[in-house]
Structures are given as structure tokens and as C-alpha cells.
Write a protein of this length. Structure first.
Length: 139
């Protein structure tokens, strides 16, 4: 993705905006998943940062949790795997940081791409997703 300079940077200690542009979906991913989306920008509302804190204990330390939250734009920009959630409403982006980080991005009824949640998944779950075809490797 060549236009990263238009992404919003966020400081977890000073979230000063209500909405952040944290990524853009690429044509490669929409083609891989057979999607048509109206908008390319992935938005994250400020309250989502508080929401994902409930997964903090899924990490080995607070530092690891913070590193993974800060990596969200990188996972969206350069995922290892992508898929569609079985309900059809969300795109899943997965990339190994220290743990496999999954990010769910909802496609809302206006065609906007909206960050929903982020949490680590075990290697066994990722392998099940791969073998079942739920996620596809991004080249």
C-alpha cells in the first residue's frame, strides 16, 4: 500500500480523535476474497481501543499487548492470511507478531469498513482456518 502517510497514527496514552483511519483494503485482498466494497478506508472508533482491552489477558504481558495493538495498522497493510467470517459480515486479517493477531473488520450496511475487534489466536486455530479454507494466504 503506497499511501500510508494518510493513515492516522494513534498514541494509546492520548487518544485525541473519535475516529481513526487505520488502514485501507487493497485490490489484492478484495480480489482474493471475491469482495466488492464501496470504501477502501478502514475506520476505528475511539471506543474500540477500550473494547479490545478485554483481550489483554490473552497476551503474555502488558508490553506484548501494547505491541500488538500498535501493530494493527501493519497487520491490515500486510496480512499473512485473510478470510471472511462465516456470518459474512466481517473480513478477518491475520498476521504473526509474537502471537497470531486476528483483526475483524466489519462491512457495514453503508459499505464502510469498520474495525470491530482484535485478539490473538493459537497456531492450532489458525491451522484449522487454513485447512478448512476459511482463510487464504496473501501472496
Amino acid at each position: 500500500m503506497s499511501d500510508d502517510n494518510q493513515l492516522d497514527l494513534f498514541d494509546l496514552d492520548n487518544l485525541d480523535k473519535e475516529v481513526y483511519t487505520i488502514g485501507r483494503i487493497t485490490n489484492e485482498i478484495t480480489d482474493l476474497l471475491g469482495l466488492t466494497v464501496n470504501k477502501k478506508e478502514i475506520l476505528m472508533w475511539k471506543d474500540r481501543f477500550t473494547y479490545i482491552e478485554k483481550h489483554k489477558n490473552d497476551f503474555d504481558s502488558e508490553e506484548q499487548y501494547i505491541d500488538h495493538v500498535k501493530a494493527i495498522p501493519d497487520v491490515l497493510r500486510d496480512p499473512e492470511y485473510v478470510g471472511i467470517h462465516p456470518n459474512g459480515n466481517s473480513i478477518e486479517f491475520i498476521k504473526k507478531i509474537d502471537k497470531n493477531l486476528m483483526i475483524a473488520v466489519r462491512i457495514n450496511n453503508k459499505g464502510n469498513l469498520v474495525f470491530r475487534t482484535s485478539y490473538p489466536i493459537k497456531d492450532s486455530k489458525l491451522n484449522n482456518y487454513i485447512s478448512s479454507g476459511r482463510v487464504k494466504k496473501v501472496k
